[in-house]
Design a protein around this ligand. Structure first.
Ligand code: B12
Length: 453
């Protein structure tokens, strides 16, 4: 069969086209290609920067769907369906809202693809495609499967290799889609397979896209020991309680870690309690000082708009982030992602905007508040989010944050990383703000419940 794998874009600006400058290789589609039995032809189309080859004579199109790409995914599915091409969907959003995705797909896969992808392909080839394939929990992610990175070849991605050592996170933060998807479990891969994957590709700069790579400290220590001889540089996502384990931190640094995305979320104690972010109950100034002493460059992630936040506390958070000279920071508006505890609470309190389905609503725009905050209006929350992102990435702030001797000025390589990405992220702040979801200016057409034409 000829199979087209598709990564949908978010959407469009008021004028022209949005091309994501920070785009990275879509790992889940490389994994689907790797899971595909021999004898099939697999091609990747990345809607973030290329035109989808609808008329390529495909036997199947498979889309990966997140909440912020759902509207665009459904548009693409409609265009494929008109050409009689069967459409299968999977990913985070499909798993959290299967009934919705079924309206726009011939078949859906919920959960991890590993155990069901080949079965679905065999069913399609035999003319007995089922509507729905529900993968059981997958305690052995990617076991024995190599990501097929040939599908990325020749495409203009950032020069960093994405891979995973673990999936999931044991914490129960109320806003997080991950704890719904993985039911608070955390699974690791065999270290020998991770090492083989690193050796099988050329790059020495790695992004472990784990949801929380520090969740299993014993396993991470083993991974770090195995990484040392490989002489790689790596970044990942982790929680700040990693700092409680000096041996772990020593191994992390020795194995070439440049730094982590760490969810600081909020400086306000009541907001942290409300979101149940348990690893964060510690003085942030000491956390940051500790990270600096270790020479780690931090990407600090904040969520703004919790019930304990007001405009002044959010401004203070932004000032603090600039003063701490973080290498990067994200000021994300708290989003009610479907399936999360936060979503259900705001729904029960009648605080959801856009009919509770912001990801499909024609008026919703990227980085806009999708609920009524407790201490400000939704428009004020949208505006302060943009203000924080603009201020953190203003030229003066970029310069002042750069002057941190133990992190950004630590080596020419660190300085280069800083200057390659900070201006790029600044451009993205302005280009992404207010994107419409989807790129077609018309209503969505559900087709899943009808016969294939
Ligand atoms: C890496 C990453 C990024 C990278 C981008 C990576 C890239 N390739 O471009 C960066 C850092 C840029 C990023 C940005 C954002 N991200 Co992000 N990101 C991730 C992360 C951590 C890993 C994704 C990944 O590669 N996973 C590895 C693959 C192998 O796993 P997977 O995607 O789960 O796929 C498996 C299954 O889901 C399934 N599957 C997936 N797709 C398909 C398709 C088919 C057909 C089938 C059968 C199966 C299937 O099988 C796969 C193999 O088992 C995820 C968390 C996560 N666990 O997914 C968040 C995540 C996807 N991001 C999220 C968000 C919100 C964002 C942002 C919107 C944040 C923001 N406010 O700016 C931005 C927007 C991105 C954009 N387009 O601009 C949320 C989405 C929530 C939701 N409900 O949709 C997630 C889930 C994080 C979270 N904690 O909630 N992100």
């Amino acid at each position: 069969m000829r199979i087209l794998l598709i990564k949908p874009t978010i959407g469009r600006p008021d004028q022209g086209r949005y091309v994501d400058e920070g785009r990275m290789e879509p790992l889940q589609l490389g994994l689907l290609a790797g899971l595909t039995p021999p004898g099939h032809e697999v091609v990747l189309a990345d809607d973030r920067f290329e035109t989808i080859p609808y008329d390529g004579g495909w036997d199947l199109a498979a889309l990966t769907v997140e909440s912020f790409t759902a509207r665009r995914a459904y548009e693409i599915a409609t265009a494929l369906h008109r050409r009689g091409i069967p459409v299968v969907m999977g990913g985070m959003h499909v798993t959290l809202l299967p009934e919705e995705a079924l309206d726009y797909a011939d078949a859906i896969i919920t959960g991890d693809a590993e155990t069901v992808w080949a079965e679905m392909l065999a069913d399609l080839a035999a003319g007995r495609l089922k509507r729905r394939y529900d993968a059981a929990a997958n305690p052995q992610p990617q076991l024995g499967v190599a990501v097929d990175r040939a599908v990325f070849a020749g495409k203009p991605y950032l020069p960093i290799t994405l891979l995973q050592f673990s999936r999931g996170c044991p914490h129960a933060c109320t806003y997080c889609a991950i704890s719904c998807y993985f039911h608070r479990h955390h699974y690791t891969r065999p270290i020998a397979e991770v090492v083989a994957e690193i050796r099988a590709q050329r790059r020495r700069l790695l992004f472990f896209v784990d949801d929380n790579i520090t969740a299993n400290r014993r396993a991470l220590k083993e991974l770090c020991r195995a990484l040392i001889p490989l002489r790689v540089r790596w970044v990942s996502q982790g929680s700040m309680d990693m700092l409680d384990d000096p041996e772990l931190m020593e191994l992390i640094v020795a194995s070439g870690c440049l730094g982590f995305v760490i969810g600081f979320e909020s400086l306000t104690a009541s907001s942290l309690a409300e979101m149940r972010k348990s690893p964060n109950r510690r003085p942030y100034d000491e956390v940051v000082e500790h990270l600096r002493r270790l020479g780690l460059q931090t990407w600090a992630a904040f969520t703004i708009g919790h019930d304990g936040d007001d405009l002044a506390s959010i401004r203070r958070t932004c000032d603090w982030a600039i003063r701490q000279k973080f290498t990067f920071a994200a000021f994300n508006i708290l989003m009610p992602y479907p399936g999360t505890e936060l979503y259900h609470r705001l729904e029960a309190e009648g605080r959801l905007l856009y009919d509770g389905r912001w990801w499909l609503h024609p008026d919703y725009r990227f980085n806009h508040a999708a609920f009524v905050p407790a201490q400000m209006t939704a428009d004020e929350l949208t505006a302060i989010g943009f203000e924080c992102r603009s201020r953190f990435s203003a030229p003066g702030a970029i310069w002042s944050r750069f002057l941190e001797p133990r992190t950004n000025l630590r080596s020419p390589y660190r300085a280069l990383t800083y200057w390659l990405y900070n201006p790029l992220f600044r451009r993205e702040v302005f280009r992404k703000q207010g994107l419409h979801f989807g790129i077609e200016d018309r209503d969505l057409e559900p087709f899943g419940s009808k016969e294939t034409p």
